[in-house]
Ligand binder design. Structure first.
Ligand code: GTP
Length: 679
């Protein structure tokens, strides 16, 4: 036994030496590493992105050679990477994928798991992404001889978004994990979303491994961050791993910590199949692809499965892992995370949080996910009314990949038939619009965003108002009481800005709940604030007043009684339903003035005078006029070729396509967009 332990130690140090050579890791050694990561009887070769396998033990998969049956739950670890925005989650994920040979080093695509165009353009993660890796490791105390290879572990890594608007992605990802790497920037220290994400992981009973990243920076101060982790979360400073995802320093400690500290998935291999549907997306060729976690039992290609929610039956036509692209394996076993294709056609069938089981069995549903609470609602209309069907199709496909958007049809007098969509915040709304445009070529106009209010009327009725235009202005029904949603905001910032931050929060009707210091340089505050006050530009203002050093996060809280009014915008005396909004009585005057001024800038002169008014009920609170003028595009075109004149008129017609005719007034799309930026 003693000699076995000595051998095990020797082997361990051999592998540690191999891993610690990471900073000088070459592409060829990446392939070598990859070859060693699977079972001895397997061999595989990495192309640029895809893996091709050959394996003598095809097992029961009947598909390609990667045999997952050797990975019992004890040899599986499922973990998320969570952090404040930009602390290095996706870069760390890149390094771990390289270290395990899952992708080639120098693959030329930083933040490999940020696959959407919108993510690459904005440099942020908006979708959680899963990747399966294989890694050999000797656990403490296990006996192994010199001739044996250390056992291979199957590791599922989920890279999550950092921005507060995408917290729902994080909470769903955590449901498939037993542990989380909490990444903190060594210079910036604990930030607001570090706190939010820590509590999400803590409340899900996950094992948390603190990673202090970016230690290569000149301003890095890992000791200060360790002290913050202790003060804020009672995390043992000696548990923290110091890394630089940029240079590779310290990364050799990450996967051993994942394997040694995070428990294996708790499911039972011999129990009836229970699969948690984590996410889905639509693929033109395969249809709906579901990301799933197998909680109990085994899922095989050809199985007949049923949704516990709808009892609809499907046949599994493909099943596999993300390695990091879709890699068929023919089966997924207890504790494994992967994908399933089963002929589902829409979000109505692929319900995120649903449990899938074998068609003939009856199982208790898994807890699923807590329902999404939509923070912001806005109308989404086709820029060209005749494109409604295309938009309908695009929204159906996109919501398949973004379960946190709610969609109902609505009609606007100004914009025609469209949709009322609920979002988790303005960034989420913005990203949804961008994806509609980039991924589906849909041109949309969105109406002024609003938070969901509750109004009570003199006849005792209560309505939830997601569309201000729908608020009844029936003179017989007086509004007797209204409520608006509030949030608990967490703000972390350098202590010298305490005065200005308190002033800003008071101006935004905030009520201070907590005020402390996380160390000698940074203050921590909690405020209860109306959601309406933070949703548009609060974070921008907070950042600019603290020279960019403040961080901010919020969680939804209960509704509060408030003094609200409906603010109408009228063009030539006609209310424009798509521009109506609800505001606090004390702020309505200023808001009305700003909206009127903005519209005046964006509405071109037309052949008649246009009056723009903001009104509360019948009382006009702001007014501007756009004088009449005909824009003659041919004015400067003296004589010359008729084709040139035609060209100019065609160009003018093109411009008009992007206008919305409201009553008799043409409103450019930008006017709608600009109104979104007023709080
Ligand atoms: P979100 O997904 O938007 O929340 O960001 P993230 O946490 O995934 O951060 P990401 O990996 O996109 O990195 C943000 C920036 O930090 C990028 O410019 C990275 O190159 C840089 N970065 C990441 N890790 C390190 C590091 O260890 N050292 C240094 N100096 N820069 C790093």
């Amino acid at each position: 036994m003693g000699s076995l332990n000595r051998a095990s130690k020797a082997l361990r140090s051999k592998y540690q030496v191999l891993l610690s050579g990471f900073s000088t890791f070459s592409p060829s050694s990446a392939i070598f590493e990859a070859n060693r990561t699977l079972d001895g009887s397997s061999s595989y070769y990495f192309g640029s992105q895809h893996a091709y396998y050959s394996n003598s033990r095809q097992g029961t998969s009947g598909d390609i050679g990667l045999d997952l049956s050797q990975y019992s739950p004890e040899r599986i670890r499922n973990f998320s990477i969570i952090a404040h925005i930009d602390h290095g989650k996706s870069t760390l994920a890149d390094r771990l994928l390289e270290l395990t040979g899952t992708i080639k080093r120098g693959h030329g695509q930083p933040q490999y798991l940020d696959k959407l165009q919108v993510e690459r353009e904005r440099g942020i993660t908006v979708k959680a992404q899963t990747a399966t890796m294989f890694h050999r490791h000797i656990c403490n105390g296990s006996d192994i001889t010199d001739s044996q290879e250390p056992p291979s572990f199957l590791l599922n890594l989920i890279d999550t978004p950092g921005h507060v608007d995408f917290n729902y992605e994080v909470s769903r990802s955590l449901a498939a994990c037993q542990g989380a790497l909490l990444v903190v920037d060594a210079a910036q220290g604990v930030q607001a979303q570090t706190v939010a994400n820590f509590y999400l992981a803590f409340e899900s009973n996950l094992t948390i491994i603190p990673i202090i990243n970016k230690i290569d920076q000149l301003t890095a101060d890992p000791d200060r961050v360790k002290a913050q982790l202790k003060t804020m979360f009672d995390l043992d400073p000696t548990d923290a791993i110091l890394t630089s995802a940029k240079t590779g320093q310290g990364l050799e400690h990450v996967l051993p910590a994942v394997i040694e500290r995070i428990p294996c998935p708790p499911g039972k291999i011999n129990s009836p199949l229970r699969v948690l549907l984590l996410d889905s997306y639509y693929d033109e060729y395969k249809g709906v692809i579901c990301h799933v976690a197998v909680v109990d039992g085994t899922l095989r290609k050809g199985d007949k499965i049923a949704s516990v929610a709808t009892r609809q039956v499907y046949e599994v036509s493909d099943v596999g892992i993300m390695h990091p692209e879709l890699t068929p394996t023919g089966m997924l076993l207890t504790g494994q995370v992967g994908y399933v294709v089963s002929g589902m056609r829409s979000t109505k069938e692929a319900r995120v949080g649903d449990t899938l089981c074998h068609a003939r069995s009856v199982v208790d549903p898994l807890p699923g996910f807590k329902p999404v609470r939509h923070m912001v609602f806005s109308g989404v209309y086709p820029a060209n009314g005749s494109d409604f069907e295309e938009l309908n199709h695009a929204i159906e496909r996109l919501t398949c990949n973004d379960a946190s958007v709610s969609v109902t049809k609505e009609t606007s007098a100004a914009l025609g038939i469209g949709f009322r969509c609920g979002f988790l915040g303005l960034l989420h709304m913005d990203v949804f619009h961008q994806r509609l445009e980039q991924e589906y070529g849909a041109q949309v106009i969105s109406t002024t965003p609003t938070v969901p209010y509750i109004f009570e009327f003199s006849d005792g009725s209560k309505v939830h108002v997601q569309n201000p235009a729908a608020l009844d202005s029936d003179p017989k029904k007086r509004v007797t009481k209204c409520w608006e949603p509030s949030v608990i905001a967490t703000i972390i910032f350098p202590s010298e800005y305490v005065g200005s931050v308190i002033t800003l929060c008071s101006e935004r009707r905030g009520e201070q709940l907590e005020y402390s210091f996380i160390d000698s340089q940074r203050a921590f505050m909690k405020y209860r604030m109306p959601l309406r006050e933070i949703v548009v530009d609060f974070y921008d203002e907070l950042k600019s007043m603290t020279s960019g050093y403040a961080s901010f996060d919020y969680e939804d809280a209960e509704y509060q009684v408030s003094d609200l009014v409906k603010l109408d915008i009228l063009l030539n005396g006609q209310p424009v339903d798509a521009m109506a909004t609800i505001a606090h009585k004390l702020k309505a005057q200023r808001l009305g003035r700003e909206m009127v001024d903005k519209l005046k800038k964006f509405i071109d002169r037309q052949m008649f005078e246009i009056t723009i008014q903001a009104a509360i009920g019948s009382k006009v609170i702001a007014r501007e006029t756009v004088p009449a003028m005909r824009k003659n595009v041919l004015a400067k075109c003296y004589g010359g070729d008729i084709t040139r004149k035609k060209k100019l008129l065609e160009k003018q017609k093109e411009g008009k396509k992007r206008m919305k005719l409201v009553g008799s007034v043409d409103i450019p799309q930008e006017a709608f967009h600009e109104l979104l930026k007023i709080s």
